[in-house]
Design a protein around this ligand. Structure first.
Ligand code: ADP
Length: 328
């Protein structure tokens, strides 16, 4: 069946993925494959803008690739590759930088946030981050980019660069990508307050063992007003209940909802049930992942093959770009 267009998405190699990545990105990646030609990129060059050391870069790359593949990215159908394996992106980044007003870059909220986060490392790459992102998207002539609302300004920015480039050089070479705003949940960490993330160490890795998973789940913060076992709880403010709604059966969700409110079920049993259901959901994923992890070379081969296919699209775009600019 003909697909509806090309999707591009990139994520920094952050190693083993957590439930936030899984529910917020990976599941969507997997689903999009049914309707679109998908290109999924592990953006290692982007990662350099914030990294203190590259010691774990390779390991983090393969761990993330394993998670993606085991979760259902189909490498024969989709293109999955490492950003630095297609060096044309750096070239397009340079070309695009010539049509990008500097003030626009320094005005972006994400840039200002990074400046606050790493005041001692406000590097040139950080300013150009959205230009490199634009290069990624346009190098592969992506029609759609799946994004959360926080990324919207970057895509709008990419569209502006495409327009500026096409106008400046008088040719319609670069495709203006469209945002594919996906309603993804903001997954909270085990602290029940902040967004799940590795840096906060409030995450649950999807490749963790069932025992590790249960242990992490048992640490989850529930309704803070429920102190004693016999206090009635409020599922509406409890992150464990939010997760039940994703991983438990309708009957279990109903049971937890009712019994929590009248203290019929305690937080310990409620968490045990969630851990059991989460582990059951992740079991097939973990089995596939363990099998693939035994043959890491196969994963590197998949990434290499992806890079080859990505590169042939990239080289074609670059020929058109050179031609449009009029480079001798
Ligand atoms: P990057 O900065 O490259 O996007 P992240 O690890 O921060 O790397 O995120 C990768 C993907 O996972 C993004 O699409 C992001 O929105 C999603 N994600 C990360 N953490 C969460 C979370 N707690 N809830 C929902 N989605 C999340």
């Amino acid at each position: 069946m003909a697909k509806k267009g090309r999707v591009f998405s990139g994520a920094r190699p952050t190693g083993r993925q957590h439930l936030g990545n899984y529910l917020g990105a990976i599941q969507n990646y997997v689903k999009l494959q049914d309707d679109y030609d998908c290109i999924y990129c592990i953006v290692d060059i982007h990662a350099l803008t914030t990294m203190e050391t590259t010691r774990d870069l390779k390991q983090n790359t393969i761990e993330m690739a394993l998670d993606w593949l085991a979760a259902g990215i189909r490498p024969d159908e989709s293109i999955m590759f490492i950003q630095s394996h297609v060096p044309e992106v750096m070239e397009l980044h340079t070309m695009l930088s010539m049509v990008t007003p500097l003030g626009k870059l320094t005005d972006l909220p994400t840039f200002k946030e990074k400046v606050r986060e790493q005041p001692n490392n406000v590097n040139y790459g950080l300013v150009g981050y959205p230009v490199l992102m634009a290069a990624d998207i346009m190098l592969y002539k992506a029609d759609f980019v799946p994004v959360g609302v926080d990324q919207a300004p970057h895509i709008e920015f990419t569209r502006e660069i495409a327009r500026s480039f096409n106008y400046r050089y008088g040719k319609n070479v670069l495709v203006e990508p469209q945002m594919k705003v996906t309603k993804v949940p903001k997954v909270l960490g085990i602290d029940g307050a902040q967004k799940m993330g590795k840096s906060l160490n409030n995450h649950i890795e999807i490749a963790a063992t069932p025992e590790e998973t249960q242990q992490r789940v048992m640490q989850m913060v529930t309704d803070p007003a429920r102190i004693k076992r016999n206090d009635p709880g409020n599922p509406d403010v409890c992150n464990v209940f939010t997760m039940h709604k994703i991983f438990s059966s309708p009957e279990e969700i109903e049971m937890v909802n009712t019994e929590c409110r009248r203290a019929g079920i305690g937080c310990v049993d409620c968490k045990k049930l969630y851990a059991k259901n989460l582990n059951a959901h992740l079991e097939p994923f973990r089995a596939r992942r363990a099998e693939m992890a035994e043959h890491p070379q196969d994963v590197w081969d998949i990434l290499e093959d992806g890079a080859k296919r990505a590169r042939s699209i990239a080289q074609e775009t670059m020929r058109e770009v050179h031609d449009a600019i009029g480079l001798p």
